[in-house]
Design a protein. Sequence first.
Length: 174
Amino acid sequence: MSTHIALLRAVNVGGTGKLPMADLRRLAQDVGFTGVETYIASGNLLLESDDEEATVGRRLERALGAYAGRPVGVLVRSPGELRRVLDANPFDEAPGNRVAVVFLPGAAPSDALDTVSRADDGEVVHLGERVLYVHYPNGMGRSRLRVPAAAQGTARNVNTVARLVALAEARTPG
C-alpha cells in the first residue's frame, strides 16, 4: 500500500463547495481506501491505496461528483513529491502563511509567468514542478494578483504543505 495525498479544489473556501471532513473520510472509505485521514477543513486527504495517482484521483472525483452533484477536482500527490515541493520552496525565508503553493494538474504552461496580472503589492510568482509558488508579502486576503495558470489548480500555504508532509512521513517507519 502506498500513501497518497489528495488535494480537493474549491472545497470549504469562500462559502462554496461545503464538504464536512467526516463525510469526505467516509466517502473515501466507502470507495475502498484505507488509512483515511483529513487535515483541516480545506479538502486535504491522506489515504492508502495500491492504485496509481491518476486512478486514485479518478475514483475520488467520481465519488465526490455523486456526493456533491457537481464535479469536484482532485489533485493527487505522493509524499515524496510533496517533500520535494516543500524543499524547493524559493521563498523559504518568508513566513509559511505568506507563501502559497498552487498544485497544478500538469506542467505549468510555458507562458504562465507572462500572463500574471501584477497588482503590485509585492507579490512574486515562481514556477516549480507541477506547482506555482506565490509569495504574498502583505497577505493573500488583500492581494489583487491574478495568475491564470492557477485556474485549474488548488492552493495550499506552505504551513499546510509542511503539515501534510509530516503526517505522510509519520506513516512510513524509518
